[in-house]
Design a protein around this ligand. Structure first.
Ligand code: G4P
Length: 537
């Protein structure tokens, strides 16, 4: 292994995001194929890979054919170590996706050329915009009839609130799709519907008046391409990498993931322009990857990767320094030191134990219940990483145990699933009533299914008419207690014993805020960092 600096320079960590069905899984598969991480080309139908292994760990996902789990795939391409963090496309798992986006340094956004910008695309991009995450856009399914590419560019700019800059441009589409012209390399990549080839046949031409052009594509397409490119050069400013890195402009590529078309071009540009592991903010200072001491945060926890074992894996994104096996690291929230004898890396399907890892890498840590999402590991320093919050949930149901003989299993299962971030758990007294809060309906089904299959417990849910759960804190204990007494049946505690107000309507929430100015109502859980630090100080 090289020096810390050299290792950092080799790494690029990113996520692919899209509205469901735009082609995220297909593109992921093709990138892994180019990276040599999997061998089966196109013969693998996009859903098959979903149904078998690489990106999906869970039985439930096989059944539903949607990406429930977020997983990590690492591969090498031309000397670059690429860490691809997969994100669930389904809207009900948006929170999982948001948290994964805190662990990447850039994203590739996949758009279906016929559907353009869809609801989920907009939401995911909002999260990227908040963090100024650099974005590359891949317009997929060019082998099908889609929207006019110029209209699509306008739509991207308007709905995603970002400037775009095409780096390739399609020559027709659908049945008559001829390929793409690479504006920067001045080369033609001619389309042939082929799901198995890996290499792309790229033809370099000197300029668009090269007479070869009309031999390669029909005259009318050549004419249209020249006009289009002239227009693009007139309308869009030249691509500047610094603007892309600041999240101000998104380069756009066209292709067809299903046909392996335009994917290599995307990957080549990605390794050239995408950012190296970036600094991250903590409550104390900015952490640069080159800092010699290890630091990182947990952005995902997954239980039972292997149903035969009660594994729980916490996914650590390394932010600075070098991670080493069997070395003690400081768990800041708990104020304790831990060492890890089997840290795992993820190379597509394979998990393997690693000796060391570097900034940008994601390491799987076997965990017996010490980690929660958002936790920080250091070499003894006491700072905590910011920006990996729980969001206040929007849907609430009471958990009803339907098999009293399995109460213990239910208790354990619900504790572990909520640690994973599948949902949030609130308890109301008297009676220890358990309220589950989620951002999507589907999570209730996932919980029910997993409780049954992984813990042998059975449950039902009783709907509750609540508007929001927000954490409440105050320096004025008297006022806080008064509020809690007055609202007793709407006060719950979360898993860390923090008080939570369950508001039935926006009106009740705003009157509570007006009546109790001494109380702070928190809508994300980041305030907890302060509390945990004070406890360990
Ligand atoms: P997702 O992960 O974003 O949800 O999308 P996924 O890759 O599963 O793709 C959704 C559908 O779009 C799949 O078809 C897939 O084959 C198809 N698709 C992906 N890329 C392209 C492309 O470049 N061109 C065309 N024409 N189709 C594409 P499906 O019918 O749902 O599944 P399958 O039975 O084909 O596997």
């Amino acid at each position: 292994m090289g020096s810390l600096q050299e290792e950092i320079k080799k790494r690029k960590t990113f996520g692919i995001i899209s509205h469901p069905d735009a082609g995220k899984t297909t593109l992921t598969e093709k990138l892994l194929l180019f990276g040599g991480a999997i061998q089966t080309a196109g013969a693998v139908k996009s859903n098959k890979i979903k149904k078998t292994a690489t990106s999906d760990f869970m039985e439930i996902e096989r059944q539903r054919g949607i990406s429930v789990a977020t997983s990590v795939m690492a591969f090498n391409y031309k000397g670059t170590q690429i860490n691809l963090l997969d994100t669930p496309g389904h809207k009900d798992f948006a929170e999982d996706t948001y948290r994964t986006l805190t662990a990447v340094d850039s994203v590739i956004l996949v758009i279906d050329c016929a559907n353009g910008v869809e609801t989920q695309t907009e939401k995911l991009m909002e999260v990227c915009r908040m963090r100024n995450t650099p974005v590359i856009i891949f317009v997929n399914k060019m082998d099908r009839e889609g929207k006019d590419p110029f209209d699509l560019m306008d739509e991207l700019e308007q709905k995603l609130n970002i400037r775009v800059r095409p780096l390739t441009w399609p020559i027709s589409m659908g049945f008559s799709f001829k390929g793409v012209y690479n504006i920067y390399k001045k080369s033609l990549n001619l389309f042939s519907a082929n799901k198995t080839k890996i290499e792309e046949d790229v033809i370099t031409i000197n300029n668009l008046s090269d007479p070869q052009l009309e031999n390669l594509i029909e005259e009318r397409y050549a004419k249209k391409l020249k006009e289009d490119i002239e227009l693009i050069e007139g309308v869009y400013e030249p691509f500047k990498r610094e603007e892309y890195l600041k999240g101000q402009v998104a380069p756009v590529f066209f292709g067809s993931a299903l046909n392996n078309f335009g994917v290599q071009e995307l990957l080549e540009t990605f390794i050239e322009i995408a950012p190296l592991p970036q600094p991250r903010f903590t409550d104390e200072k900015e952490i640069q990857p080159e800092m010699p001491k290890l630091s990182g945060f947990i952005f995902k926890i997954h239980a039972n990767l292997d149903p035969r074992h009660r594994d729980r894996i916490a996914f650590l994104r390394i932010c600075s320094g070098k991670f080493e096996r069997n070395k003690f690291y400081h768990h800041v929230r708990l104020g304790k030191d831990f060492k890890f004898s089997n840290p795992t890396s993820f190379m597509a399907q394979d998990k393997s134990v690693i000796e060391e890892a570097y900034p940008g890498d994601v390491v799987g840590l076997y965990d017996t219940g010490n980690f929660k999402i958002g936790d920080t590991l250091t070499e003894g320093e006491k700072f905590m990483f910011k920006g990996i919050p729980n969001f206040s949930p929007e849907l609430f149901k009471e958990l009803i145990n339907t098999d009293p003989l399995k109460s213990k299993q239910l208790e354990k299962g619900i504790q572990q699933l909520t640690d994973e971030g599948v949902a949030q758990l609130f308890t109301i007294q008297p009676g220890n009533r358990k309220i589950i809060g989620t951002v999507g309906e589907l999570q209730f089904e996932v919980i029910k299914y997993r409780l049954e299959h992984e813990y042998g417990a059975s449950c039902d849910f009783r709907s509750m008419n609540l508007f929001k759960a927000c954490w409440i804190t105050s320096d004025n204990t008297l006022k806080l207690n008064e509020f809690c007494n007055r609202k007793a049946s709407y006060i719950a505690t979360d898993k860390d014993e923090n008080k939570v107000f369950l508001a039935e309507s926006p009106w009740l929430l705003s009157t509570a805020q007006e009546d109790y100015p001494d109380i702070t109502f928190h809508f994300t859980s980041e305030f907890k960092m302060e509390i945990a630090k004070q406890k360990n100080a």
